[in-house]
Design a binder for this molecule. Sequence first.
Ligand SMILES: Cc1cc2nc3c(=O)[nH]c(=O)nc-3n(C[C@H](O)[C@H](O)[C@H](O)COP(=O)(O)O)c2cc1C
Ligand code: SF4
Ligand code: SF4
Length: 239
Amino acid sequence: MMAKMTPNVTDMIPIARACLEGGADGISAINTVKSICNLDLNKKIGLPIVNGKSSISGYSGKAVKPIALRFIQQLRTGIKDLEISGIGGIETWEDAAEFILLGAKTLQVTTAIMQYGYRIVEDLCNGLSHYLDDQGLDSLDELVGLANKNIIPCEELDRSYIIYPKVVSEKCVGCGRCYISCFDGGHQAISWNVESRRPEINENKCVGCHLCATVCPVSAIEKGNLQFKQGTKPHKVSL
Ligand SMILES: Cc1cc2nc3c(=O)[nH]c(=O)nc-3n(C[C@H](O)[C@H](O)[C@H](O)COP(=O)(O)O)c2cc1C
Ligand code: SF4
Ligand code: SF4
């Protein structure tokens, strides 16, 4: 018997422990995220409307995957040998692999089946099978929880260095999004060359946040120079 967890809590661990003490064989997570998705602006009622009213309801599908993955990771590291069934936004084999790598032994899919039908399960199995071949592994069991050792508290992350962004001119389409984002939401470290219609990065102002790379629609901003912060001993960095 798998006890199913709501994500509408701060910490799932005490609830999962209580379920195990009460006789559950494992935990499945997550259920839907409490939400009001949108409103009819003229009627001033949330959607969907049921005889003039609406309710708080449950959000699911692709958008909840990051929330699900963080709970799976915390369950796997918080409770030793826990049987976990992963749920929440699984659509593709890559999504499935992410849940497995963070500790899920079985997977469940609801919304994607509603959207695309059972045929996606075949694609999930095919994709995972090719992934196993690429990784040189025989069984999905060998992947369970492999990524957990690489999720650490953020205060323990190595913040002794900056990687400056590098614009690949041949890929850049001159849209200016990186310039606007860095100017309005970052550190004003990009200037705009009006003649070449290309961004130019000023490393004296850049803090290495990579907002510019995130917003670039054609992935024209890559990792460039690595520089250790003042007072930090240079060391090997794995990127
Ligand atoms: C229309 C709908 C009905 C659902 N009904 C139930 C339910 O009766 N019991 C339950 O435990 N979860 C229910 N769920 C939650 C799903 O089983 C699942 O936990 C959640 O939607 C996240 O997975 P997904 O992104 O694959 O949909 C429902 C989800 C949807 C979208
Ligand atoms: S990394 Fe951040 S600060 Fe540096 S140029 Fe890009 S957006 Fe600006
Ligand atoms: S966002 Fe990308 S494509 Fe647009 S100007 Fe910047 S580097 Fe070029």
